[in-house]
Design a protein around this ligand. Structure first.
Ligand code: S3P
Length: 171
């Protein structure tokens, strides 16, 4: 049987620090598909960092841009797409992903996420806050929705190559 994603994009979802970009890059290379990072595309379109967009225009404006950028990216040839942690929470984006892509939730234990994002300054939702508290709150809010992804891959602290291999077996 052809793989479930044949002809469609593969969209990675999950919390900040889950490895969507690191795994997505490797997955794309293994599948011979282009890799695209949604946050990076938003930054290119706005000519501003995600942090700057949040600071100058607010989260709402960022979410609007994010929705448009993802719709554009899913309108073309199949790609591997890493989305920002909040993207899949948008009902419109979710409907589009469901229609055009195979979605994969990278589920990573909270302590690992906390360790990975600690000390980083590029995530506006974490600035000036306790990352453990923010991530726990986001997990409670988002996991029921992330669970709507087509496939869930449980990740550990293993090297990215090992997780990538696990995703490849799952899709
Ligand atoms: C966000 C996650 C970030 C980025 C923005 C908001 C979120 O992406 O889109 O800071 O709401 O979880 P990563 O998941 O790639 O860190």
């Amino acid at each position: 049987a052809p793989p479930a994603w044949r002809g469609r994009a593969i969209v990675l979802v999950g919390l900040m620090g889950a490895g969507k970009t690191a795994i997505g890059r490797r997955l794309a290379a293994r599948l011979g598909l282009p890799f695209v990072d949604a946050d990076h595309e938003i930054e290119a379109a706005a000519r501003m960092s995600v942090a700057e967009i949040f600071a100058r225009y607010g989260e709402r404006a960022f979410r609007d841009g994010e929705r448009r950028v993802i719709a554009r990216l899913l309108g073309g040839e199949p790609i591997v797409l890493a989305t920002g942690g909040g993207a899949f929470m948008d009902a419109e984006t979710r409907a589009l992903v469901r229609q055009r892509a195979l979605s994969v939730w990278l589920r990573v234990p909270l302590p690992i996420l906390v360790r990975r994002v600690s000390g980083r300054t590029d995530r506006p939702l974490l600035v000036g806050k306790d990352p453990a508290a923010v991530l726990a709150e986001l997990a409670a809010k988002r996991y029921p929705t992330y669970a709507e992804a087509d496939i869930v891959v449980d990740c550990t602290d293993e090297p990215a190559e090992a997780t990538t291999a696990r995703v490849l077996r799952a899709i």
